[in-house]
Design a protein around this ligand. Structure first.
Ligand code: 5GP
Ligand code: MG
Ligand code: MG
Length: 183
C-alpha cells in the first residue's frame, strides 16, 4: 500500500503537515523562552512521540539533550489503566536536570501522571510536560501540562506517530480513520 492509499484511509484531516510544523515551531520558541539560560533534557515517550521529538528537537536553536523512555500501560485494549511498567528506562541521570517530557497525545492522562511522579522522585531540578495533542474531556486525573499544541475532541486520531494497530504512524497529517478501516 503506498502513501496516497494510506492517506485515503482518513475520513478527515484534523491537522496538516504544514500546520503541525508551524505549531511545533511555536512550541519550541515558547519552551526556549521558558528555559532561557538552562540546558534542557527532553524525554520522548516511545513510540508515539518519535515524530514530535524529531521535529521539535530540530526547531530548537540552542543545545538540548534527548533521551527516551518506553512504558507499557496495562488496560483493556485501547484504554490505559494507570498501572504502568517501564520497558526502557532513561540512560541519563536526571538529578539536578531540567527535564521536559514530550508526548504526542494525552488522553486519560494516567500514563503521564505516573511518569511525571516517577521522574520527579529522581531529584531533577524540574519536570514538565509538553504534548502536541490533548483531549480535555478524556482526562481522568489532574495533570499539569505546561505546553500544549492543540486541545481536541474526544475522538480517536491517527498519523504523525499515532497508530491504529501499529499502522498509520508514518502519515504526515493527523486525522480520523474512515469507518471502512475498522470493518
Ligand atoms: P493516557 O493519556 O490515556 O494514559 O494514554 C495516552 C496514550 O494512549 C497515548 O500515548 C497513545 O499511545 C494512546 N492514545 C490515546 N488517545 C489516542 C488517539 O486518539 N489515537 C491514538 N492513535 N492513540 C491514542
Ligand atoms: Mg505517547
Ligand atoms: Mg498506540
Amino acid at each position: 500500500m503506498d502513501a496516497a492509499h494510506v492517506e485515503n484511509d482518513l475520513v478527515n484531516v484534523l491537522f496538516t503537515e504544514a500546520q503541525i510544523q508551524e505549531r511545533i515551531g511555536e512550541l519550541a520558541q515558547e519552551i526556549e523562552a521558558e528555559y532561557a539560560g538552562r540546558e534542557l533534557l527532553i524525554v520522548g515517550v516511545l513510540r508515539g512521540a518519535v515524530m514530535v521529538m524529531a521535529d521539535m528537537a530540530r526547531a530548537f536553536t540552542r543545545h538540548i539533550e534527548m533521551d527516551w523512555m518506553a512504558v507499557s500501560s496495562y488496560g483493556s485494549g485501547t484504554k490505559s489503566s494507570g498501572v504502568v511498567r517501564i520497558l526502557k528506562d532513561l540512560d541519563t541521570d536526571i538529578s539536578g536536570r531540567d527535564v521536559l517530557i514530550v508526548d504526542e497525545i494525552i488522553d486519560s492522562g494516567l500514563t503521564l501522571s505516573w511518569l511525571t511522579s516517577n521522574l520527579a522522585s529522581r531529584n531533577p531540578a524540574s519536570v514538565e510536560v509538553a504534548t502536541l495533542l490533548r483531549k480535555p474531556e478524556a482526562l481522568k486525573v489532574p495533570l499539569d501540562v505546561k505546553f500544549v499544541g492543540w486541545d481536541i475532541p474526544n475522538e480517536f486520531v491517527v498519523g504523525y506517530g499515532l497508530d491504529y494497530q501499529e499502522r498509520y504512524r508514518n502519515l504526515r497529517d493527523i486525522g480520523t480513520l474512515a469507518p471502512h478501516v475498522y470493518s
